[in-house]
Design a protein around this ligand. Structure first.
Ligand SMILES: [Zn+2]
Length: 261
């Protein structure tokens, strides 16, 4: 299995996966989305809430606020040696605000200086003159399997395109049609020759194949190569998510080998 980066920007990484299989691609997708520990607010204790938003909704909104945290420092509570929660498995927050105005995620205070909301402008509730909110909350690390608020990323993949062109089989007109109908600008026509200029953009929609319906053009997906996208929806860097995914895969493979004795 080999990985090669195609591009990386705005919390998103696109890469090529080679010498692999659909089962492996699917495992990478699932692990990167749902098996990487992410810190999120779990328990909320409302002390005062005279805002128009119900306590449960406030708690739900707090859970959805992505938190900036050091992934190396926290362990899931069930893996921690403590009995009732400690600084290795949980972190406490408080929020106190008086109206009038919107209460934003930036007002959430954390007992640890190393943890804070990733974005300051996520609205939690609205307060009128005289209304107030006061609460305490605890965050834990867990995975997307447990709850979507702990999901690290959105990941997807497609088979790598194989585009075969038989220049002699295709008429000039059909070659022109290929260039015209492709929504991804994959083809180029020069001196009567149809070539592929943008292979990685092909998403196997096969509009070209359906349009010209000629055996001189075959588009298939390679079952050993994939184009993969991992977009972080947590504070974790997509490269770190990928790194962790590979580590988890390795651990699992080791366990299987151990069992084989
Ligand atoms: Zn603990």
């Amino acid at each position: 299995m080999k990985l090669k980066k195609i591009k990386e920007n705005d919390g998103k990484i696109t890469f090529k996966l080679r010498n692999s299989s659909p089962a492996m691609a699917n495992a990478i997708r699932r692990i990167s989305m749902n098996h990487i520990p992410v810190l999120a607010i779990e328990d909320v204790g409302i002390i005062k809430n005279s805002s128009p938003v119900f306590d449960e909704t406030v708690a739900q909104r707090l859970g959805q606020v992505p938190l900036d945290f050091d992934a190396e420092k926290f362990v899931p509570r069930e893996d921690c040696d403590c009995e009732e929660g400690c600084m290795n498995c949980e972190v406490r927050f408080s929020l106190e605000s008086k109206g009038p105005g919107t209460v934003y995620s930036g007002e959430i205070k954390c007992e640890s200086e190393e943890v804070k909301p990733l974005h300051d402008k996520i609205p939690i509730t609205e307060l009128d003159e005289g209304q107030e909110i006061e609460l305490e909350a605890t965050a834990n690390v867990s995975t997307g399997d447990d709850h979507s608020k702990h999901q690290a990323a959105i990941s997807s993949y497609q088979y790598y395109p194989i585009i075969e062109i038989d220049q002699d089989e295709l008429s000039e007109d059909e070659k022109k049609r290929c260039v015209e109908v492709c929504p991804k600008d994959v083809f180029k026509l020069k001196d009567g020759e149809l070539t592929v200029s943008n292979e990685e953009k092909c998403d196997l929609c096969k509009e070209c194949v359906e349009d010209i319906d000629n055996e001189g053009l075959i588009v298939t997906g390679d079952e050993e190569r994939f184009i993969f996208k991992v977009e972080s929806i947590s504070s974790l860097d997509p490269k770190d998510i990928l790194q962790k995914t590979v580590e988890i895969l390795r651990e699992r493979a080791d366990k299987v080998i151990e069992k084989l004795g």
